[in-house]
Design a protein around this ligand. Structure first.
Ligand SMILES: [Zn+2]
Length: 142
């Protein structure tokens, strides 16, 4: 891994192909996780609404259901950014910040292949958002 060339320019084609491959793998993983969560919602939590469960279970399951729905929403958002980044690899605009047009740091792309903004613009965007998810911002990408 340490030997891998990170230079752009001559290696840019190869790098783009690598990133596209990575993105497709990431999409597969995300899709698998999404259908797992949806299946969980449909089978494990699907009987909440039939009214036969006792109230304690129902409260716990409603909580669990909310949690699962939140995970599904996060995965759907991630999937959308992966699709978006994949289209950018096809157009050749991958690795360029969508907001300021500067090249995105390769190290950042390494960690977050589906990102479409540079670290500076990302920080600016996050400042505009409510601060509740401050600790999740960098962690949820794993
Ligand atoms: Zn930028």
């Amino acid at each position: 891994m340490a030997h891998q060339a990170k230079r752009l320019g001559k290696d840019r084609e190869g790098t783009l192909a690598d990133q596209a491959k990575k993105l497709r793998e990431e999409r597969e993983r995300t899709e698998a996780e999404l259908s797992r969560q949806r299946g969980y919602l449909a089978t494990e939590l699907g009987h909440v609404s039939d009214g036969s469960a006792d109230s304690v279970d129902t409260a716990a399951e409603i909580y669990e259901r909310e949690k699962t729905l939140a995970i599904i929403r996060t995965l759907q958002k991630k999937l959308a950014s992966i699709e978006h980044a994949l289209r950018a690899t096809e157009k050749g605009s991958y690795g360029i910040c969508e907001i300021c047009g500067e090249a995105i740091d390769p190290g950042r792309l390494e960690v977050m292949p589906h990102t479409m903004t540079c670290i500076k613009c990302q920080a600016r965007l996050e400042r505009l958002q409510p601060p509740r998810s401050l600790t999740n911002v960098t962690r949820e990408e794993e």
